[in-house]
Ligand binder design. Sequence first.
Ligand code: C5P
Length: 224
Amino acid sequence: MKKIVIAIDGHSSCGKSTTAKLVAKELGYGYIDTGAMYRAVTLYFLNHFIDVNDDHGIKLALENIEISFKHNPKTGRNETFLNGLNVEDEIRKMYVTEKVSEVSVIPAVRHAMVKEQQRMGRKRGVVMDGRDIGTTVFPDAEVKVFMTADTYTRAKRRQQELFAKNEMVDLDDIIENLKKRDHIDSNRAESPLRQAPDAEMLDTSFMAIDEQVDFVLEKVATKV
Ligand code: C5P
């Protein structure tokens, strides 16, 4: 069967990664969480005190950053590695989330990540989730879905994820962070968060995960 690229873009916490993972599993495809890559770069910048305005420091840092994903059969998760170190839990913490959109604005960071994502998906047969997959990374993706949901629903989902990891964060703080990230992600000059003209819009505010997965799989069925 023909292998395709499935691009799932949209706002934070609308179920993109959960949907993308399940679609990948169903199809036997690879799954690439591009947000995790920007989070890993952010963690590196924080750990090495790299200023977002220090062009030289950023260039050197990018030369020293290697990001990979490995499936962990014990947790059933695809985990993120930064220079060989498992950073899957660390990159999801609030102190990284608060900084990630500022780092993702930097053109040099975007160029490096987009290039790497294109390399990872070159053989196709991948589901990639992010903000600019259908517009910039794989504008020729056969299936493109743009997910959104109302802010309150997204914040509640995010809070439950954080609670499950024993991170107690106030709902108002999460709402503020989501709005701030949406604003920065949508207004940056380099590959801003946008619905590609040929992407299907999916509002997940009142949808269950299996309905979201079925929606994507139905689109896939028309392309393979
Ligand atoms: O998907 P997730 O919420 O983990 O992404 C974290 C941040 O990474 C986003 O808010 C955005 O700033 C950035 N990002 C991006 N482009 C992508 C994926 C994520 O700029 N393709």
